[in-house]
Design a protein around this ligand. Structure first.
Ligand SMILES: Cc1cc2nc3c(=O)[nH]c(=O)nc-3n(C[C@H](O)[C@H](O)[C@H](O)COP(=O)(O)OP(=O)(O)OC[C@H]3O[C@@H](n4cnc5c(N)ncnc54)[C@H](O)[C@@H]3O)c2cc1C
Length: 451
C-alpha cells in the first residue's frame, strides 16, 4: 500500500511530539516508523494509471531521451514516463576525447529532471527490476506502473559469463580494476584516472566479438591513449587485441594513424580471440598469444541489457540458444512476440541477413527514438505506421595535436524483397575539417535530445 500524505503527516506529528518530549528513546514496543510518502517499495503502485494512454520508456540514454521527447511532441495526449537508474546523463560519444581533455565533463553531462520538465514527460530515477508483458506492468525499485506501450531503450550489458562462468568474484575484479567504460557510469572516471596515473608498461585493450557497442571507438580510444603517452613522454605501449581479422570500419584510416602517428606506441594484433582472463595475475590468453599487462581495458562480449532478458525480449538461434539481442521485427522495431513492446538503440537484434545488425551507435539510437515515437503516435491515432529506416554517422578522433578525425557513414534502403540493405562509406583521410563536423554533429544531437 502506498502511504498517503495524511499518514505521512501523522507519522511526522508523532516524531515531533517525541522530539518535544526531550528526545526520549522510542519504547521497545513502538510500531515501525512510517515511511515518508515519496519512499515507496517495489510491491507498491508507483503511479496509478489514468485514462490517458501511457508509454513507459526504460532507459534515459541516446534512444530513451529521444523517444520520450518526441512522444510528447507527436502524441501530446499520452502520458510518457522515463525510468533511468542514473541521476545524471553521461555521454559515451565524445568520452574518448574527454579522456585526454579535448572536452570537459560539463560537455558530456546533462540533468534529467530539468530536461523532462521542459518537455513534459515524467522522469523517475529508479532501477527497473521486472517487466510483466502479460499484465503490461513494469516493476521498479520504487513500485510498479502499468503501460499501454513499453519502449526498452536500456543499452547493453557486459557478458562476463563468457569469460568467468558464474565466478562473480573474478567478474567483479575485472570490472573494478580494468573497466571497459562502455556503459555510462563511474567506469569512465576510473579509466581516466588509470590513464593519468599510468607511469609506463603494457596497456592492453581487447575488442569483443561483433556485434559490439560503437565498433570504431576502441581504435579511437587506443589513439587517444597512445597520443597521451607520446605527448607526455610516458614509456607505455598500447596493444590492441582484436577479435576480428582486420580493423573495421575505417580500417585504412586507423591503420595509417597507427603506422604514421603511433608507430612506437601501438601494436595491433588481429584474430586475437580471448580464451582466458585473469584479472588478479593481470594476464590475458588469446588465440593469437598470451600477454601480461600493467593495465588493461577489458571488454567482455556485449549483449542487450539485463532488463531486456528479464522482459523475455531476447531471441534464440537455430540451436535454441539465446542470441543475446532483442528479437524484433526489423522494420517495425517491436518484439516479434509482442507488438506493444518496442526496442530501440543498442539492444536491437538482427535486422538483415547480410549486415545483420545496425551499428550500435548513439546516432542510430537517436534515429530509432524518432522512428518509434512516430510509430506509437500513429498507432494511438488509429493509423498504420509509415515505416522508416535509420541512418548512421560516426566521427573518430585519431590525433590530439593537430586535431584530426576520420569518419564512417551508413545508409539504409529496402530492396524489392522487403529486405534492409546497407551502404557503408569510410572517410579514411584524417583532417581537421572532420573534427569541426564532429562537434557540429554533437551539438545538433544534444540539442535534439535536451533543448
Ligand atoms: C567510448 C565510446 C564512444 C562512442 N562514440 C560514439 C560516437 O562517436 N557516435 C555514436 O553515435 N555513438 C558512439 N558510441 C555509442 C553510443 O554510446 C551508444 O551506441 C548509445 O549510447 C546507445 O544508446 P542506447 O539508448 O541504446 O543506450 P544507452 O545510451 O547506454 O542508454 C541506456 C540507458 O538505460 C539505462 N538502464 C539500463 N538498464 C536499466 C534498468 N534496469 N533500470 C533503469 N535504467 C536502466 C542505463 O543507465 C542507460 O542510461 C560510443 C560509445 C562508447 C562507449
Amino acid at each position: 500500500m502506498t502511504l498517503d500524505r495524511r499518514q505521512f503527516l501523522a507519522g511526522a506529528a508523532g516524531a515531533s511530539a517525541t522530539l518535544l518530549a526531550g528526545c526520549a528513546a522510542p519504547a521497545p514496543s513502538a510500531a515501525p516508523t512510517a515511511l515518508p510518502s515519496l519512499v515507496t517499495t517495489p510491491a507498491e503502485v508507483l503511479m496509478p494509471k489514468g485514462k490517458a494512454p501511457r508509454i513507459v520508456v526504460i532507459g534515459g540514454g541516446w534512444g530513451g531521451l529521444t523517444v520520450a521527447k518526441q512522444l510528447r511532441r507527436l502524441a501530446p495526449q499520452a502520458e510518457v514516463v522515463m525510468l533511468e537508474r542514473n541521476p545524471v546523463f553521461f555521454s559515451c560519444p565524445l568520452s574518448n576525447k574527454w579522456l585526454i581533455d579535448v572536452v570537459d565533463t560539463s560537455f558530456l553531462t546533462f540533468d534529467y529532471l530539468r530536461v523532462s520538465e521542459r518537455h513534459g514527460y515524467q522522469f523517475i530515477q529508479t532501477e527497473v527490476l521486472e517487466v510483466d508483458r502479460t499484465a503490461r506492468r513494469v516493476t521498479t525499485a520504487q513500485g510498479s506502473l502499468d503501460y499501454d506501450y513499453l519502449v526498452i531503450a536500456a543499452g547493453i550489458r557486459y557478458n562476463y559469463e563468457a569469460w568467468f562462468g558464474n565466478d562473480r568474484r573474478a567478474a567483479d575484479a575485472a570490472r573494478a580494476r580494468f573497466p571497459a567504460a562502455y556503459v555510462p557510469n563511474a567506469e569512465h572516471v576510473a579509466l581516466k584516472r588509470a590513464l593519468h596515473d599510468f607511469k609506463g608498461g603494457d596497456w592492453v585493450m581487447n575488442l569483443p566479438p561483433p556485434p559490439q557497442r560503437c565498433p570504431p571507438s576502441p581504435y579511437e580510444r587506443a589513439c587517444m591513449v597512445a597520443w597521451h603517452f607520446k605527448t607526455n613522454k610516458i614509456p607505455g605501449r598500447v596493444t590492441i587485441l582484436d577479435h576480428k581479422p582486420r580493423i573495421m570500419p575505417i580500417g585504412a584510416g586507423f591503420k595509417a594513424a597507427f603506422d604514421e602517428l603511433y608507430k612506437d606506441y601501438i601494436t595491433y594484433v588481429p584474430n586475437a580471440q580471448v580464451q582466458e582472463v585473469d584479472p588478479f595475475a593481470k594476464r590475458i590468453k588469446t588465440s593469437a598469444g598470451d600477454m601480461r599487462f600493467d593495465h588493461a581495458v577489458l571488454m567482455a562480449p556485449h549483449q542487450a541489457a539485463d532488463i531486456a532478458w528479464k522482459a523475455g525480449a531476447i531471441g534464440t538461434n537455430a540451436q535454441g540458444k539465446p542470441t543475446g539481442w532483442a528479437d524484433i521485427e526489423p522494420r517495425r522495431l517491436h518484439l516479434k512476440r509482442d507488438d506493444r513492446v518496442y526496442v530501440i538503440g543498442d539492444a536491437v537484434g538482427e535486422v538483415a541477413p547480410t549486415f545483420r545488425f545496425y551499428p550500435k551507435s548513439g546516432h542510430v539510437a537517436n534515429s530509432h527514438g524518432h522512428i518509434v515515437a512516430g510509430y506509437i503516435a500513429q498507432r494511438l491515432a488509429g493509423k498504420e505506421p509509415e515505416l522508416k529506416l535509420p541512418d548512421n554517422l560516426c566521427y573518430m578522433l585519431v590525433n590530439g595535436s593537430p586535431r584530426e578525425a576520420i569518419s564512417v557513414q551508413f545508409d539504409y534502403t529496402v530492396n524489392a524483397q522487403g529486405v534492409i540493405e546497407q551502404q557503408q562509406i569510410d572517410d579514411n583521410e584524417r583532417r581537421a575539417g572532420l573534427v569541426a563536423e564532429n562537434f557540429r554533429w554533437a551539438g545538433l544531437k544534444f540539442e535534439d535530445m535536451f533543448a
